[in-house]
Design a protein. Sequence first.
Length: 319
Amino acid sequence: MKVKVATFLLFLSAFSYSQVQPSWLSVLPQSRDYIYAVGVSSPYFYPETTKAKAIEDAIFEIARTIEVGISVKQINWFEDTGSLFSGISHFKEEYEEEIDTSLVNLIRENFELVSVWQEPKSKLFYVLGRVPVKAISSDTSYSIPEELIYDPALAKATSVRGKPPSWVFKVPVSDVAIYAVGGADKHFDPAETRKKAIQNARAELSRIVNLKIQNLLDNWSYGNKVFELGYSMRVSRTVSQAKIRGSQIVGFWIDPKTGANYALARMYKKSLISQVKQLTANVIRQNPPDEVKQGKPIEELLNEALQQLDRELEKLNKK
């Protein structure tokens, strides 16, 4: 079952709060044993409710890390200005995501609260939470690759007190992951500003990933000797437009001067390659070509095509 909104309340014991922003808010901790995420909530009348909302946000963020499907669509419309010859064309991005409720429940059952912090001015309440990798991997529905947990490139990203983290100016270049930064101007609701920055980071990551996939699949279409070009191009377009799952927010920063928010998102190349191969195989099986070359079984041709696709996808690891 897929949902977009859920509610989860939990009452916790009190924590002590510091005036100094914690480092885990700027650069997410990494561990081979846990998956971390930051959750946030606007202040509510009851502190327990504020805490619970932030924890709920962290739980859903962990779920997004593991298996969220992101879709970004550009919508445009024309506004008549009353003039015979003029008007205004508007463009808007529609951001959609789907989250598996069974995954959310599994995370909720194993969620651990690590730390909390409340921003002195806005009173936004942040929590750092985690789930053990073993707890998620115990359910065979979800596979947590080692690369999802630790990337040396992120370890090099720095956060100096009072200064922006290094990733704001230079997106990390990694051998195992693809990174993207998203920003949002200050909104009257600080929580909404944060949400928009995170969505923009994931949207930018989605655009980068989809463009890379499309280029690689187009190269495969022109170079493979298994299927006709027209059929291969149709497969390429179908796969490149599919939802790719598993993006993680690993950094966040608020500009103290302007109030603008910045978020850092990443997706692991190994997971991306695996998804593209599986999507390609599914498309070919579900819509096989009308004419099969050399009279070979479709599964044999599929294996040949995927072997050639492997050579193209390997280029992701070299960029």
